[in-house]
Ligand binder design. Structure first.
Ligand code: FNR
Length: 190
């Protein structure tokens, strides 16, 4: 079967290393996964005032999430947490109350930074958010990527064999996880 994966890049930077990482992950993913980006750049800042008359930007985001079989978050760490633009998109997808689009969606969280912590603190913060939103998460392997321009080409080529095989392994495990969650969500499965 083919699974539709909606992915979020948590950076708005034109030279984002996380966007490069997203390209590498798409290159190395199993063929069963079909990727489309869920854009976050043009969302207004969420306010509950929008709930009574939800704008198209919000409903488009929610349908993109809901029509995905799985979600992948590829994000930097900002000040030891989730970047505001990405958190804003998550807040939009979680509302209006009672229509949380993330419920039961299989998710993966990965990120790159130039430093050796490799977005670990952002990922831990993201796990709290996604747990609250009832989104199952790939727990193992964890992927904390220290970005080096020697290893990653601009189009997502990976020039280091062990990095390449680790990222390939991550995407294989992510694919198997999406399949397990979808099977568990299927009608008739207790
Ligand atoms: C950062 N950076 C950063 N790095 C990190 O490892 N931990 C952190 O808490 C932060 N905090 C932080 C805050 C803000 C506002 C900025 C702009 C940057 C550095 C960050 O990892 C680096 O800029 C990456 O290149 C960001 O990823 P993108 O945008 O290139 O994908």
């Amino acid at each position: 079967p083919t699974y539709k994966i909606g992915y979020f890049v948590g950076s708005l930077a034109s030279n984002s290393i996380n966007r490069i990482l997203s390209k590498a992950l798409i290159r190395l993913a199993p063929e069963d996964l079909e990727f489309s980006e869920i854009p976050i750049r043009d969302l207004p800042l969420y306010s509950p005032d929008y709930d009574s008359d939800f704008p198209a930007a919000g409903t488009d985001l929610k349908s993109a999430i809901e029509s995905s079989d799985g979600l992948l978050f590829i994000s930097p760490e900002y000040n030891r947490s989730v970047p505001g633009a990405l958190k804003n998109a998550i807040d939009w997808g979680s509302r209006p109350w009672g229509t949380n689009s993330f419920a039961r969606k299989p998710t993966g969280i990965i990120g790159a930074s130039p430093g050796s912590i490799g977005t670990a603190v952002m990922q831990s913060s993201m796990r709290s958010v996604l747990s609250f939103l009832d989104a199952p998460q790939l727990n193992t392997p964890e992927a904390y990527i220290t970005f080096s321009p020697d290893v990653f080409g601009d189009d997502g080529e990976v020039r280091n064999e062990s990095t390449e095989s680790f990222l390939r392994h991550y995407m294989d495990e992510y694919c198997a996880f999406v399949q397990r969650v979808l099977d568990a969500n299927a009608p008739g499965h207790i």
